[in-house]
Each structure stands twice: as structure tokens, then as C-alpha cells.
Write a protein of this length. Structure first.
Length: 339
């Protein structure tokens, strides 16, 4: 029997996780939840996902729009083994009570604080700790991207300290509320940005400080990393190490990938759904050891890098697979993340 997954919040992250879950052979989407009728609600139905209204008050709107719903979130929760909460941040406490009332496991996204679930997840770094849990949070897109590289480096060489500057996309491409803008905004203006402490919610022993700047772009985030390792190593060894990781894609400016725009074009040309890039895009020709310290650039596709982590979190919490590396392989294979 397939595990039954409900998706509450069918926006940027929710709709991608729904497709990723539907692509797996050990889980299925039993319903997706929208607050109001929209083109996304119609498409969810076309894809065969049962559609539910967030609350009874929303039913009338759906009735008027002639988009039929199968019921409300509360009814859906009674059918599900686990719910992916991809609502905008800050509804966590309220929905936590509801999920617990219906005795359903729940996974939140990076917009909620670590304290909501007391457990933050990354597939490679702490899959084992997620086994059988009732509540978890998949950390944000930036933190997922940082944990992937820091976990790999820490395991191989030990990280003495990491100093990272994040250039953050200001809005998602479909977001008309936040833009257009014409400025670079230090955010927050004073150290630290939340990403460093957030990395520590998964890798508590890493000395990391992050600064972040919002930039006038919607495509991807760009990270500039400076890392002091405990053991000496060569640039080639770092390239080799990243080449072995399942969710790091090495690219080169020699192949004319010199920007986030070209990294996104690569994803589109690879035929990725919605042009998504689930992996960290690390420029191998940016990897430098300078005065004993490691430097490199990576780009993070904010709309999609957390998607495979949500699938693995489901598998771990429902104990569909007890080994993290097997789950990662299975997820990647089902998504077509093989080249
Ligand atoms: P979004 O605004 O694109 O989608 C949120 C969806 O939830 C929308 O469909 C909205 O209609 C629905 N919704 C709003 N209130 C609701 C409610 N009370 N009950 C049910 N549904 C409700 O948001 P998003 O970008 O997908 O973000 C979702 C979560 O994922 C947030 O925690 C965010 O921080 C996190 N996240 C976002 C990104 C990103 O770049 N977009 C990346 C990683 C993590």
C-alpha cells in the first residue's frame, strides 16, 4: 500500500512537492488544499489530485467558480498518513493543533521556526534522526543549499569555520506583490542573517556566520562561500568530493554557464519540469584554495531545491525506507535526476 500524503498549501512549493510525491512508487497524493479557486486549483484537478478547501468558509467561493472540491482540509486529514504544510510561514502553531487533533504526521517548510517541530531536516545530514518522527521542518532553500555542501566538506575534511554571503532573489518569478524593485537591500542589516543559525539547527557544531543581501532578481540565489577546513586538501579533491554528492551539480563557465540565468536555461534545456533545478549548482572553476582557505560560488533554485528533501522526509517519518542513501537514490531516480 502506498503512503497517503496530503498537501496543505498548493503554491510554489506545494505544487512541486505534489508532483514529486506522485512520481514515487511508494507514496501518493490523497488531496491538495487551496484557500480559493484559481488556475492552480483547476490544474491540480486536471492532474488528478483531489482538491479540498482550506475551511468551510471557502466552500462557497469554490461553488460559485464551479470548481468542485472533495471536502475540507479536516476531512482530508482523516484520510492522510502525513501532511506537507506548504502554506506561507506563520500559520504553523494553528495548523499544528489541527494536525495533532487528526493524529496525522506533519512536515513544514523553512518559513516556520525550528521551535515549531524541534526537528529540522536535510536528507543527507540527518535522515536517521527523522525515522518515525511525527513532526519535522524541511529547512529553507538557502539553508538546504548550505547544508548540502557543508555536510559534505565537514564529513570529508572537517569545517573549522564558514563565512558565507548570500545574494538572495527578492521574489519568486510569479510573485507580483514583492516586485518590481530597483535596489540591493542588506537583509538583515546587522549580523547574522537567519541562515547561519538555521544551518546549526541541523549541523550544530559548525562555526558559521552568514550575511544576506536581497537583489533585484527572481531566478535563483547566489552564495559566495569562504570555508576554513581542518585538514589540508587540493582544489581537485573538493571537485571530486562534490562530484560524488547526489544533489550537487558541478558546472563550468567554460561551458558558458556563467550566471544564474544560464543555470536556469540549463534546467530548461534538460527538460526539467517547470525548468526546476533541484541540485545546488556549484561552479567547479570557482573552487579555489587561497591562503589555505576554500572559496567557491553556488547557485540555489529557491523554488525547487527543497522538493526532493520533502519526499525523503516523508519516507523517513513513515519509515518506508530506513536508509537515507537509498531514499535519496529512489527520490532522485523517480524525479529523473540522473544526469
Ligand atoms: P506561496 O505563497 O507560493 O504558496 C502558499 C500557498 O498556501 C498558496 O497557494 C496560498 O493560497 C495557500 N495558503 C495561504 N494561506 C493558507 C491557509 N491558511 N491554509 C491553506 N493554504 C493557504 O508560498 P511558497 O513560496 O510555496 O512558500 C510556502 C512555504 O515554503 C513557506 O514556509 C516558505 O517560507 C517556504 N519556502 C519557500 C521557498 C520559495 O522560494 N518560494 C523556498 C523554500 C521554502
Amino acid at each position: 500500500m502506498k503512503a497517503k500524503v496530503a498537501i496543505n498549501g498548493y503554491g510554489t512549493i506545494g505544487k512541486r512537492v505534489a508532483d514529486a510525491v506522485a512520481a514515487q512508487d511508494d507514496m501518493e497524493v490523497v488531496g491538495v488544499v487551496k484557500t480559493r479557486p484559481s488556475f492552480e486549483a483547476s490544474i491540480a484537478k486536471e492532474k488528478g489530485f483531489p482538491l479540498y478547501a482550506a475551511a468551510k468558509e471557502n466552500l462557497e467561493d469554490f461553488k460559485k467558480s464551479k470548481i468542485e472540491v472533495s471536502g475540507t482540509l479536516e476531512e482530508l486529514l482523516d484520510e492522510a498518513d502525513i501532511v506537507i504544510d506548504a502554506t506561507p510561514g506563520d500559520t504553523g502553531e494553528e495548523y499544528k493543533k489541527l494536525y495533532q487533533k487528526h493524529d496525522v504526521k506533519a512536515i513544514w517548510q523553512g518559513g516556520e521556526d525550528h521551535e515549531l517541530t524541534e526537528f529540522s531536516f536535510n536528507s543527507e545530514a540527518n535522515y536517521d534522526d527523522a525515522l518515525g518522527r511525527n513532526l519535522a521542518r524541511v529547512v529553507s532553500c538557502n539553508t538546504t543549499g548550505l547544508v548540502r555542501v557543508l555536510y559534505a566538506l565537514d564529513t570529508a575534511y572537517g569545517v573549522r569555520k564558514a563565512r558565507v554571503t548570500l545574494m538572495r532573489r527578492a521574489a519568486d518569478p510569479n510573485d507580483i506583490k514583492t516586485g518590481p524593485i530597483n535596489a540591493l537591500v542588506p537583509d538583515p542589516i546587522k549580523l547574522p542573517s537567519h541562515h547561519g543559525p538555521d544551518v546549526n539547527s541541523i549541523l550544530p557544531d559548525i562555526d558559521i556566520t552568514t550575511m544576506a543581501v536581497k537583489t533585484s532578481t527572481t531566478l535563483m540565489h547566489l552564495h559566495a562561500l569562504n570555508i576554513e577546513l581542518k585538514k589540508n586538501c587540493a582544489e581537485d579533491e573538493i571537485i571530486k568530493l562534490f562530484g560524488t554528492r547526489p544533489r550537487i551539480r558541478l558546472v563550468s563557465s567554460r561551458d558558458r554557464i556563467r550566471s544564474t540565468a544560464e543555470a536556469m536555461e540549463l534546467a530548461k534545456d534538460m527538460g526539467r519540469p517547470r525548468g526546476d533545478m533541484w541540485e545546488n549548482v556549484v561552479w567547479k572553476d570557482s573552487i579555489s584554495i587561497n591562503k589555505g582557505e576554500l572559496y567557491f560560488f553556488q547557485a540555489i533554485h529557491q523554488e525547487s531545491d527543497v522538493v526532493p528533501e520533502n519526499v525523503d522526509a516523508i519516507r523517513a517519518m513513515l519509515e518506508l525506507e530506513t536508509q537515507g542513501n537509498k531514499s535519496i537514490k529512489k527520490t532522485n531516480y523517480a524525479l529523473g535526476m540522473t544526469s
